[in-house]
Write a protein that binds this ligand. Sequence first.
Ligand SMILES: [Zn+2]
Length: 251
Amino acid sequence: MNSQFDILSAIYNDTKNQKYDYAVLPWGATEPHNYHLPYLTDCYLAHYISVDAVKEAYSQDNIRGMVLPPIPLGAQNPGQRELPFCLHTRYETQKAILTDIVSSLDCQGIQILIIVNGHGGNNFKNMIRDLAVDYPHFLIVVSDWFAIPPQKDFFEEKDDHAGEMETSVLMHYRPELVDLSLAGEGAYSPFKSESLQNGTGWTPRNWAKVSQDTGIGNPKKSSAQKGKLCAEDVSKKLAALFRDLVKGEIY
Ligand SMILES: [Zn+2]
């Protein structure tokens, strides 16, 4: 791995003479993922996908991105916060973290930031709108990586949380962190209310009421090969996004 794209292995000697065109911020959560994936799954996946996408953008378009360390603080639902190690982070806390990162990058002359979000409970849109008021010259874009691939093209079972997609992609990047023999079935009880089910109204799902094993989606058919194909699709699409932003091809 080329360490200058990856803060987890970067050293100052690698970076001191580099100019960066943009920064990528992987943002995850600390939360249980069924019984077979680590608590930091959303951070690992967002991190490795970001590194691959930045490398792809460099090899395709010669643009240089900085991958920041993943943020392990996500917004959690009722029924999750009570579980060991699960860390709920308020909107205000997340916004303060994002604001300080934008301010630091601005000092370094970097004015394009892409948040690669790995956690479904996170929502950055209004923070980005607020920061566009405070930093009008600074472009912030968010991408939920898990929403990019057409899941049916790569997987047999639909993933919502710790199912076939997340498990397969982590098996591709970090197989030693996945133990499928421990996995529950990820069975899911939807809302009884038809109106909440069909999206007429929204409220956060109470995780203790909808899942037995904290998973939503069956991981049993996961494989590293499926994960590799999905990760490659996502990385290529993100690399194309990075190119458009850096080249100013937006409107
Ligand atoms: Zn996850």
